[in-house]
Design a protein around this ligand. Structure first.
Ligand code: NAD
Length: 257
């Protein structure tokens, strides 16, 4: 069935801001996409694989009124990021927000890590922020401003045993955020990062029940965080005054203190 054409609705859609969210097939990225759809954004959603799950996120966002474009792409590859940004101007011309959320983690001793593992971690969790930012910034400059939000981790400042490469990548994201915020502040582009503690997603599905209980005991809030809580903070940063830039906002239930 074709919906009746509404010129007013069409005009509204063309003026809605667009957010590009990576890692949107599940977990934190999916929650961010849904929250931004609720907040009135159209969306360009990316995940590496999991096309069905990505479609499911897209359907949920469409049910909230968002126009949604989706793409399976490997953001650890600069060429794949360039292909994402080859999308039509009537879409990316409205880019107001980049949420670089996609990431991987890997447990193990540093001495057992291969150089290929190291490169894959650094490219996925850190270089992707560069690949995507360098393409998003010219669009935002052209539009008079925008916001970049990177999903870092508490390990980026604290460092985690058996997650050295992940900690190094997220520490890099923190420094990247601060430096880029200074560079872009005069151009009305704000750059912030969120450093979550332990969030209840597939990334932590390897924890046994006992390990999870021990972890929750360590967290002053007494529980793991929810993807929706990270998503709520993304929406708040997206709506925050332009003077909020260069911050690494910790969201850890008091774990990081
Ligand atoms: P997740 O494993 O549940 O989901 C990861 C998402 O990233 C998936 O959509 C996957 O397709 C996408 N992705 C991974 N590699 C990709 C690639 N090369 N190209 C494109 N997409 C790719 O993870 P999550 O828990 O939702 O984590 C999301 C972000 O939050 C990550 O950056 C992670 O480091 C960070 N983080 C998570 C936690 C936590 O406890 N879950 C804590 C701190 C930070």
């Amino acid at each position: 069935m074709t919906e009746p054409y509404s010129p007013i609705e069409e005009a509204t859609r063309k003026t809605r801001p667009l957010a590009l969210v990576t890692g949107a097939s599940r977990g934190i990225g999916r929650a961010i996409a849904v929250a931004l759809a609720e907040a009135g954004y159209d969306l360009f959603l990316i995940a590496r694989k999991e096309a069905e799950k990505l479609k499911d996120t897209a359907e949920r966002c469409r049910s909230l009124g968002a126009v949604v474009e989706l793409r399976c792409a490997d953001i650890s590859c600069s060429k794949a990021c360039e292909d994402i940004f080859a999308a039509p101007d009537d879409l990316l011309g409205r880019l107001k927000l980049l949420v670089a959320n996609a990431g991987i983690s890997k447990l193990g001793l540093l001495q057992d890590m291969t150089p290929d593992d190291w490169d894959a971690m650094l490219r996925t969790d850190l270089s992707s922020c560069f690949y995507l930012s360098r393409l998003a910034i010219p669009r935002m400059l052209h539009a008079g401003g925008g916001k970049l939000i990177f999903i870092s981790s508490v390990w980026g400042s604290r460092g985690a045993s058996c997650e050295v490469a992940y900690s190094a990548a997220k520490g890099g994201v923190n420094a990247f955020t601060k430096a880029l915020a200074k560079e872009l502040a005069p151009s009305n582009i704000q750059v912030n990062a969120i450093a979550p503690g332990a969030i209840d997603t597939d990334m932590n599905a390897w924890l046994t029940e006992e390990e999870r209980a021990v972890l929750e005991e360590e967290i002053p809030a007494g529980r793991m965080g929810l993807p929706e809580e990270v998503a709520a903070l993304v929406c708040q940063i997206a709506a925050a005054p332009a003077y909020l830039t260069g911050n690494i906002l910790t969201l850890s239930g008091g774990w990081e203190i």
